[in-house]
Design a protein around this ligand. Sequence first.
Ligand SMILES: *[C@@H]1O[C@H](CO)[C@@H](O)[C@H](O)[C@H]1NC(C)=O
Ligand SMILES: *[C@@H]1O[C@H](CO)[C@@H](O)[C@H](O)[C@H]1NC(C)=O
Ligand SMILES: *[C@@H]1O[C@H](CO)[C@@H](O)[C@H](O)[C@H]1NC(C)=O
Ligand SMILES: [Zn+2]
Length: 439
Amino acid sequence: MPLRKTVISVSSSFWMKSLRHLVVLSSLCSLICGYSQRDRVHDLMSRYPLIDGHNDLALQLRRLHNNRLSQIDLHNVSKVATDITRLQAGHVQTQMFAVYVMCGAQEKDAVRLTLEQIDVVRRMCTEYQDFELVTSAQELKTSEMRHKIACLISIEGGHSIDSSLPALRMFYQLGVRSMALTHTCNTPWAESSSKLYNVFQRQNDSLTHFGKAVVEEMNRLGMIVDLSHTSWDTAWAVLKHSKAPVIFSHSSSYSICDHGRNVPDWLLHELKKNRGLIMVNLHSNFISCRDEANISHVADHFDHIKRVIGAESVGIGGDFDGAVSFPQGLEDVSKYPALIQELLQRNWTENELADVLRRNFLRVFQEVEGVRDQLSVNQPSEAQIPVAEVQNPCRLVLRPPDLRRLTYDQNPSSTAHHGPKGLLILAIVMLLSSPFLIE
Ligand SMILES: *[C@@H]1O[C@H](CO)[C@@H](O)[C@H](O)[C@H]1NC(C)=O
Ligand SMILES: *[C@@H]1O[C@H](CO)[C@@H](O)[C@H](O)[C@H]1NC(C)=O
Ligand SMILES: *[C@@H]1O[C@H](CO)[C@@H](O)[C@H](O)[C@H]1NC(C)=O
Ligand SMILES: [Zn+2]
């Protein structure tokens, strides 16, 4: 009997203690659970670090520092949302860096300015050990194993190639692996979603004959076609024409926020047929259609697009340093884990999030390379835009001069559209150097 009593008293004091422990534990629970949720995100993002579709740091380097890299330390850059420290904190393993030049440079020095932006990204990604410039899906994967941040170069706006396929090919040689067909201006061959400029407006011709040649040449080269910033008509025409999957590198859902830069559901269905990818833009104005937004609003876009075309068609294209207002809690590139945590809480599976973070983009990139390999028997395209479609007074088109006219009128023939001064210079240059004149 005494034994039994002891057992009972021991047992009751055991439960009293356990109860106290339980109270302590439960008061700690929110703390512990919070941390474990965050641990889960960091674990997931360590295994599947982010490939981000769009970043405009290079534009800020131009704007704030005139591209003088020697004046800054890219580990810690003020007045911007992107630097090495914050990319690492955000588990960003690959960043597509936009080489963007203003639409005002179209028909002026867009090609030079684009070269200068490529130069600054190439310098940034070769002079810093934490970065690595990559040009293929395989190099991208290798850079992850080497714990580097991979840099991909993308042109933002078809005006950068000045309607020239040779220029497009040379940009490819410099490492460019993606190009948005327009920015906020129409090009002579494709239409922009914005109505800011009224040049090169056409009816029912959202992707001209030459525009199709640009898409074909990008397919042949293995350069990803980016439809962010194009009009819906142009996007639709490209989706019909492209042999390879395409991306919207930084666009969100029009059903959630009806901004012209976002993608409507009917176009999402076409994108899915193309096996392409929409990388959700975080800029507040495209998320909530207002200057303010929060992570819930962003997650609504992800939920909606997943519902319409599935998680295998979704990615992330932050647009940091390319826009001014970002949602509360997503102010710079270090904040991506907060977004992934929100999606986990909304019952996205780790498998779906691994796709969104990384695997979807890798699949698209590899398929684009596969199409390039299939087309490798094709010769470089010699398609040229008709001069009448370019309307560019700076464009010089050399042809053998008409000797009879030269003899009788002292005026070399050329189809160049340029002023009297240009004609005079051309005449002198041709008289001095043209082999056509020496018979
Ligand atoms: C970044 O530089 C600023 C000064 O420009 C300094 O206050 C800050 O501590 C630095 N941050 C890091 C992470 O080094
Ligand atoms: C453009 O297409 C619409 C509808 O397909 C048609 O009504 C219109 O006449 C066309 N305009 C031109 C200039 O071809
Ligand atoms: C975001 O803002 C909405 C109101 O617009 C609110 O209902 C929601 O709780 C907010 N979410 C967060 C995470 O703050
Ligand atoms: Zn943009």
